[in-house]
Write a protein that binds this ligand. Structure first.
Ligand code: URA
Length: 434
């Protein structure tokens, strides 16, 4: 088989066979196909797309291109969640303890953030002492004991996706539904969970800017998961503005903890409870979604989820001081308010620009391998639909560098759009596909 014919066939809109896809994925993983041929093929897919069957074959071939996690020593139906990436999305931190407290095992392998969206591992890594790397045995033992563990995805998992993603990142081929769906699902399948809840973000701060594209992506991922014998549910949720009020790693950990104590922002609580409920159903600890919602809410209200958080953090070496308002998380040296110039309604708060402002402060990475500052970020005091009076604080910037602060301040100001009239609030959860 020759790679140039595979590229040619995809360029001409033909459907690739399973053998061709497996040849391609093997060559990506073992390095025998050079970057330039992989780039040409990815661009052909970008323009020509892939049929469902091809997308499924690509995802499965990538899932088995390296090690796969064996979760069979853990009893029960193992579940996982995945968000397609948003700004201020710390739901995983809230959801894991709630689901674990309901008795459903969550063996979570997560990634680091890239671009304007944050990564779950970066958030956990902002907890002093928290170990995001564990060997297989410790990881499995912790899931057995506490029903949850969170680790950084190992280098040996899905090597084909790792190389393909790095090439797509520099060849303008990230934004392709079959490539995104197969990339995400290859990692979920290799991570070993039997039930997967997907949170597909839609809007300004998301990969998918329109409902139609998000719906299409969700369907493609569900199809791959089912093809691999997994139960999959997808929520479509709004990402026009950031989720919750905190953007930036340590600030988001604090907000997640406040939420577990029942003192978090209502949008974050609502989405976390719904994701947790869907996971509890897949984990077979509730017979209906209504019963699962009651269980998740009870875990939150009774403090069971909060207690489970503390045990998970301690099990992974994290040292938090629960008697302090900052919980002993890293804090930035400079805090600067942004205030409103006049009375108006916030018509829109652009998630993409808020995410970019946080990245400029040092909270995120432009390139894989960049170092990040866990302490910096943004606290939002006013969001879409809020009425502000002249002099009201819109947001508080947490910075460690005055030059970065100034650039971020300008971007953040641009993120706020005002109007004389109250704008209608958009629903947070747009659709559930199960
Ligand atoms: N996230 C992934 O893991 N892969 C993609 O292709 C896009 C987002």
């Amino acid at each position: 088989m020759k790679m140039q014919y595979i590229i040619e066939r995809k360029r001409d809109g033909k459907e690739l066979s399973r053998d061709e896809i497996e040849f391609l994925v093997r060559g990506i993983a073992d390095g025998t196909i050079p970057d330039y041929q992989i780039s040409a093929w990815a661009m052909a897919v970008y323009f020509q797309g892939m049929k469902q069957r091809e997308t499924r074959d690509l995802a499965l071939a990538m899932a088995y291109s390296g090690e796969v996690m064996d979760l069979s020593p853990v009893e029960g139906v193992k579940v996982d969640k995945h968000s397609t990436g948003g700004v201020g999305d710390k739901t995983t931190l809230v959801v894991i303890p709630l689901v674990a407290a309901a008795g459903v095992p969550v063996a979570k392998m997560s990634g680091r953030g890239l671009g304007h969206t944050g990564g779950t591992i970066d958030k956990f890594a902002s907890i002093p002492g928290f170990k995001v790397e564990q060997d297989y045995q410790s990881f499995v033992n912790q899931v057995k004991e506490f029903k949850a563990a969170v680790v950084s995805q190992s280098d040996n998992l899905v090597p084909a996706d790792k190389r393909l993603y790095a090439i797509r990142d520099v060849t303008a081929t990230i934004d392709s539904i079959p490539l995104i769906a197969s990339s995400v699902m290859s990692k979920k399948i290799a991570s070993g969970a039997e039930g997967i809840v997907l949170d597909v973000k839609v809007g300004r701060g998301a990969f998918m800017k329109s409902y139609e594209k998000a719906h299409h992506l969700a369907q493609a991922m569900i199809d791959i998961g089912r093809g691999a014998g997994r139960q999959v549910v997808a929520l479509l949720s709004n990402m026009d503005q950031p989720l919750g009020n905190a953007v930036g790693n340590a600030l988001e950990v604090k907000e997640a903890m406040d939420t577990l104590k029942g003192q978090g922002p209502s949008d974050l609580e609502q989405l976390s409870l719904e994701l947790a409920a869907q996971m509890i159903v897949l984990g077979e600890k509730a017979a209906s979604i209504e019963e699962a919602r009651d269980l998740a809410r009870a875990s939150l209200k009774s403090g069971l989820g909060w207690g489970r958080w503390q045990r998970i953090v301690a099990a992974q070496g994290g040292k938090l001081d629960y008697s302090r308002p900052s919980y002993g998380l890293p804090e930035a040296a400079i805090k600067e308010k942004i205030t409103a110039g006049k009375r108006a309604y916030v018509e829109r708060l652009d998630a993409l620009e808020v995410g970019q402002a946080a990245m400029l402060l040092g909270a995120g990475r432009e390139r894989l391998g960049d170092t990040i500052d866990h302490a910096v970020g943004i606290e939002l005091f006013k969001k879409q639909g809020d009425l502000v009076e002249a002099g009201d604080t819109l947001a508080l910037i947490h910075a460690n560098d005055p030059v970065r602060l100034e650039t971020a301040r300008r971007v953040l100001l641009d993120a706020y759009h005002f109007s004389d009239k109250a704008a209608e609030k958009k629903p947070l959860i747009i659709e559930t596909i199960s």
